[in-house]
Design a protein around this ligand. Structure first.
Ligand code: GLP
Length: 241
């Protein structure tokens, strides 16, 4: 695993966006795995800026997001579909038909997990998976005690995740208690993983994911098993390494 520490959040974000843009330039029909969360907003702003400047072309890129809340329609401002449209897709030259997220309204949850896995497989797999990390160490919504071999499925969210994400909901109790998420195994199948961790609040969990034992209690630690992983941190998030 490669660990890169940048002095500021802006520089860590810029490097993440540059790595993604470089990878897209090198391969036509690129399959990009995407993440949500506050950390990624600046990455998407940088990618949109690069796209506008003609430095990266998304016209042949296919995207697969990690996760989606169960029960939220795409037009709900808290759905990850809405987040992606707002922060990235509406600002770049991507064909919306090539953007994929689990369907939060899918009636048959088991079938939806299988459909999403098949869509990734049919596309030929993910070339680069962008990851953040939750305060409880989750990647996607793979909460503690998710199997490291898990595939896309419905998952109950933990109190820690509820505490972290319910602030975006009004009222906070309207946050769904479950979500669809790619599994840890699905994520590890990507050709390359790029994880971005910023801010002092993430210093403890960053150290656990990068240097701690590989454990299903911190699913972010599973990236240690991947042969082509880079973790980018700002100095604040790297404080406990
Ligand atoms: C959500 C997403 C994760 C993301 C996490 C981090 O829980 N499901 O994929 O890594 O948020 O969020 P933030 O960047 O806001 O700390």
């Amino acid at each position: 695993m490669e660990v890169i520490i940048r002095p500021t959040t802006e520089e860590a974000v810029r490097l993440t966006a540059e790595l993604i843009a470089d990878a897209i330039r090198q391969k036509p029909f690129f399959k990009l795995g995407l993440a949500t969360g506050a950390t990624m907003e600046a990455v998407y702003a940088d990618l949109a800026e690069m796209n506008k400047a003609g430095r990266v072309d998304f016209s042949r890129v296919h995207t697969f997001n990690l996760d989606e809340y169960i029960g939220l329609p795409p037009e709900d401002p808290n759905s990850y579909r809405y987040y992606m449209n707002k922060h990235l897709f509406s600002k770049i030259n991507i064909d919306m038909r090539n953007t994929n997220l689990p369907d939060g309204l899918a009636g048959d949850e088991i079938a939806e997990g299988l459909r999403y896995e098949e869509a990734i497989e049919d596309a030929g797999g993910i070339d680069l998976q962008l990851l953040g990390i939750g305060n409880d160490g989750h990647i996607g919504f793979n909460e503690p005690i998710s199997s490291l071999g898990s595939r896309t499925r419905a998952k109950a969210l933990t109190p820690a995740t509820y505490a972290q994400n319910s602030v975006y909901f009004n009222p906070p109790e309207s946050m769904p208690k479950r979500a669809f998420t790619m599994g840890v195994g699905t994520i590890l199948d990507a050709e390359r993983i790029v994880m971005l961790i910023t801010g002092a609040k993430k210093a403890g969990i960053a150290a656990k994911a990068i240097e701690g034992p590989v454990t299903s209690m911190v699913t972010g630690s599973a990236i240690q098993l991947h042969p082509n992983t880079v973790v980018i941190l700002d100095e604040a998030a790297a404080a406990e390494l």
